[in-house]
Design a protein around this ligand. Structure first.
Ligand SMILES: NC(=O)C1=CN([C@@H]2O[C@H](COP(=O)(O)OP(=O)(O)OC[C@H]3O[C@@H](n4cnc5c(N)ncnc54)[C@H](OP(=O)(O)O)[C@@H]3O)[C@@H](O)[C@H]2O)C=CC1
Ligand SMILES: Nc1nc(O)c(N)c(N[C@@H]2O[C@H](COP(=O)(O)O)[C@@H](O)[C@H]2O)n1
Length: 284
């Protein structure tokens, strides 16, 4: 069996690109938001899911274990309700060796309308005592909003903590979300997807770009699997609901275009993990 699967500590490159496990938090220049790692697995043709959003296991064993190590290194793990409903994920660290100290991050679900199922694995695992309490982030509730109040009560009864955050263009505002999570004790946040969430974080990064500093994402870690999914697959479209973003080859400050640009990604490390390639990039 590959040594990277059996070892009792994170792969060395992860510790060096993120931070050492002995240090609880990476040093951040601005301290009103968590350190954010945006991460996902994609095919060679840039797809993260199959036709109609069918969940695909793209990562091989080695990179999947690496992802679970990454999970164990963050306080919180964030997904969108699309992924929660589609994949019913656990977001825990069960693929780490039994001899390793497995710490699972707190699940955080962006779910403006409180659509999360009461019997989803995230809530079940919490009720069974094997996971942290999931936080469900919704848009602000108003007195006349009876349906959502009903769902809030039901979700709370099922074990969720509901966190209200302002929305922008009908989506939870990432700019408001991050300081809120930070104030609730999330110092490090792993953003796992899906497609719309990835696009929103990239867009927020591009929107808040000033003087080569971004205010949304610190590290991008992408697993690329040697497989082709085809045109029917789901990518991480950079032009979803309320999302405007484009990628630029070099830093650009003070753009007058209405479509802001993400300055160049700074390559930090490339690691071969089994059959997959893992890229770590800093966002400059
Ligand atoms: N390969 C990989 O690594 C991964 C793949 N996936 C795949 O991704 C797919 C799911 O992607 P997708 O359907 O886009 O769903 P997402 O998980 O991205 O969730 C999107 C939903 O989240 C809610 N939301 C609230 N605030 C925001 C915000 N600021 N930005 C974006 N969304 C927000 C919206 O629903 P509402 O308005 O109701 O709040 C939105 O429709 C699945 O097929 C899954 O398998 C997922 C994760 C990783
Ligand atoms: N790293 C990685 N590789 C893949 O191939 C994937 N499909 C994903 N998906 C993400 O992991 C979630 C499932 O987590 P659990 O196994 O249930 O803990 C899924 O919902 C995506 O967020 N990731």
């Amino acid at each position: 069996m590959s040594e990277s699967i059996t070892r009792n500590s994170p792969p060395e490159f992860l510790e060096s690109v993120l931070w050492s496990c002995d240090q609880p938090l990476p040093v951040r220049k601005d301290s009103n938001r968590p350190y954010v790692t945006l991460t996902f697995a994609q095919s060679l043709d840039g797809k993260i899911a199959g036709k109609g959003g069918k969940q695909l296991i793209l990562s091989g064993k080695e990179s999947m274990v690496m992802t679970h190590w990454m999970r164990s290194m963050h306080d919180g793990i964030l997904i969108g309700i699309g992924t929660a409903l589609n994949d019913d994920p656990q977001l825990n660290t069960r693929h780490l060796p039994v001899t390793a100290h497995r710490v699972s991050p707190r699940p955080i679900i962006l779910d403006s309308n409180l659509r999360l199922g009461l019997e989803c694995k995230l809530l079940k695992n919490y009720r069974q005592g094997s996971a942290m309490q999931p936080w469900v982030v919704c848009s602000p509730l108003h007195a006349e909003d009876r349906d959502r109040f009903g769902r809030k009560e039901a979700l709370e009864k099922a074990g969720a903590k509901i966190v209200e955050v302002p929305s922008h263009n009908d989506l939870i505002s990432i700019g408001d979300l991050l300081p809120k999570l930070y104030n609730l004790g999330i110092g490090t946040l792993m953003v796992e997807g899906g497609s719309s969430i990835i696009a929103s974080f990239l867009a927020e990064m591009s929107r808040t770009c000033d003087h080569n500093t971004h205010h949304a994402v610190d590290m991008l870690i992408i697993t690329v699997a040697p497989t082709l999914v085809g045109d029917d697959g789901i990518g991480y479209g950079l032009g979803g609901k309320g999302v405007r973003v484009s990628l630029a080859p070099s830093p650009r400050v003070g753009s007058e275009s209405d479509c802001t640009q993400i300055s160049s990604l700074h390559h930090v490390h490339t690691e071969l993990m089994g059959r997959d390639t893992v890229f770590a990039c800093k966002l400059l």
